[in-house]
Design a protein around this ligand. Structure first.
Ligand code: FES
Length: 507
């Protein structure tokens, strides 16, 4: 087999590649972290690189381009991505960490981003915080593609990648607060069940097959060094527990941050991502479920979809009968490169108000904003010169909102309450933080009668991690919450399909 040289620009990195190896693997092997939302399946079209030939270049899909000679490639510039670090804050009466001197590091490992908070264990103050995109995104944007990668290539690749990221963040917070890594004596981790398993080096296979069981649910306490974390040699690592295969330690962190187990009023806590994890109830009874909301609100599987980075339409409003777009990065409307989840939700809500789409989701072709797409000849709504919403995109939104709305309805049914009995809705997570609650209600994802009871709680999972770091009793409380929370498996619920179909309409 031939070995070729690949020169990667702008770093001017020269690496060797086997004949036939694709350019995505070449970048990964070189220690770079390319964006590969579909995990190299060739379906997302997001792993573009330029292959240079003298002064000319050709843009290719890296995961589909085999090395067949010496090559010079140029990587595309990565867009800056805003990571949500803050959220609801909870006053902790007393500090009783598991280790009471030195510093603690609290982590929230999200599928998209990782946040680290450095805490002084003696007085609880936050000395520094840092965040980064989860470098596992080079193996796929969502949990399923990462599980598939782990099953194919071994879980170690993913666990070592995330452990390395945690060490890097530890380095960053130590540098910015001028402390030594050896002063860190306690580490806490929260994350969804898949992120938890990949961090713990647990084979995530059971998460991908019915009944989607978590391999490990209980809280974990072990030596940080056993998870390759380079801090004080005797430092402890505590990992919050998981409720189910798709309701993880991050949800438990949110419940801890909101003290859900003490609430008198019926409440709903919801975190919308590829999965919509939600918990409904109060101190007497709480039921959790997870709905496959799909990746639409993360900008995936949407024709002009993108993450919430510079150039993304993040909000749309109706002025007269014009759809007016706001573009991230202080850009003009016509500079928009795509649309992210919050913009998508607004666009559909505004198009409903303007009667460009009807209750069934069908685009009205007589409206002036509507045109037919070249190739497919399908109708689409023009938002800007380059960005549009296709009929297929609207169907994706219907699937996503239908799944979330069905989950809410079935939780209420299981609790034996009416939707109007829910007194408070707490929306956690990055997408929830940027979405317009009115649009979420207008499209019917959240029952409209609850609109004035919505509260954004930001990165509540991160706050849960902080709380468990600063107070060991809270860490133990997390385990009690796990045991107390019931889990409703929607896939096996006989009513799910009908409820889901009923909720597909925009009523
Ligand atoms: S098309 Fe290459 S990673 Fe998705």
């Amino acid at each position: 087999m031939n070995i070729y040289q690949v020169t990667i620009k702008p770093q001017d990195l020269i690496v060797e590649a086997k004949e036939g190896e694709d350019l995505l693997s070449v970048q990964i092997n070189a220690g770079l972290t390319p964006d590969a939302p579909c995990g190299g399946q060739g379906t997302c079209g997001k792993c573009l690189v330029d292959v240079l030939e003298g002064d000319a270049f050709r843009t290719v899909t890296a995961c589909q381009y085999p090395v067949d000679r010496d090559l010079v490639i140029r990587l595309h510039e990565k867009k800056t991505f805003h990571i949500l670090e803050s959220g609801i804050r909870r006053e902790l009466g007393t500090l009783e960490p598991q280790i009471s001197d030195g510093y603690g590091a609290a982590f929230d490992i999200g599928t998209t981003s990782v946040v680290c908070y450095l805490l002084d264990l003696t007085d609880g103050h936050m000395a520094a915080k840092a965040s980064m995109l989860n470098p596992q995104s080079q193996f796929g944007a969502d949990v399923i593609s990462r599980c598939e990668y782990a099953m194919e290539k071994g879980v170690e690749v993913l666990s070592s990648t995330i452990r390395k990221a945690l060490n890097e963040l530890i380095g960053q917070v130590c540098e910015s607060s001028a402390i030594e890594k050896e002063q860190i004596r306690l580490i806490t981790v929260v994350g969804n069940t898949c992120m938890h398993h990949l961090f713990m080096n647990i084979d995530p296979r059971p998460l991908t097959v019915v009944p989607y069981e978590a391999v490990m649910k209980e809280e974990i306490t072990m030596k940080a060094s056993e998870a390759d974390l380079h801090v004080h040699p005797d430092a402890l690592l505590q990992v919050l527990p998981n409720i189910a295969g798709f309701v993880g330690a991050d949800t438990v962190g949110c419940l801890l941050a909101t003290e859900f187990d003490t609430l008198e009023e019926i409440s709903l806590m919801i975190d919308i991502g590829t999965n919509g994890e939600m918990v409904m109830g109060n101190k007497k009874r709480m039921i959790a479920c997870s709905t496959a909301a799909g990746p639409a609100f993360e900008g995936a599987r949407i024709e002009c979809g993108m993450r919430g980075t510079e150039g993304a339409i993040d909000h749309v409003r109706l002025e007269g009968n014009r759809l007016v777009c706001h573009v991230l990065g202080e850009l003009e409307e016509n500079e928009a490169a795509g649309i992210c989840g919050s913009g998508l939700m607004d666009a559909v809500a505004a198009a409903l108000d303007a009667q460009i789409i009807d209750e069934s989701g069908k685009i009205d072709e007589d409206c002036e904003q509507v045109f037919r797409l070249e190739g497919s000849n399908m109708p689409a709504i023009r938002l800007t010169e380059r960005v549009y919403l296709s009929q297929k995109d609207i169907r994706e939104v219907q699937l996503a909102k239908g799944a979330v709305a069905a989950g809410i309805e079935l939780l209420a049914g299981t609790l034996g309450i009416k939707i109007s009995d829910v007194r408070k809705i707490m929306i956690a997570g990055a997408f929830g933080n940027y979405m317009d609650p009115h649009s979420a209600c207008r499209i019917g994802m959240i029952p409209p009668q609850l609109e004035d009871r919505i509260e954004m709680i930001g990165n509540a999972a991160g706050e849960g991690s902080i709380i468990a770091t600063l107070n060991y009793l809270e860490f133990l409380r997390a385990e009690k919450i796990r045991k107390k929370a019931e889990f409703l498996e929607l896939a096996s619920s006989p009513d799910f399909q009908d409820t889901f179909v009923d909720n597909l309409l925009f009523e």
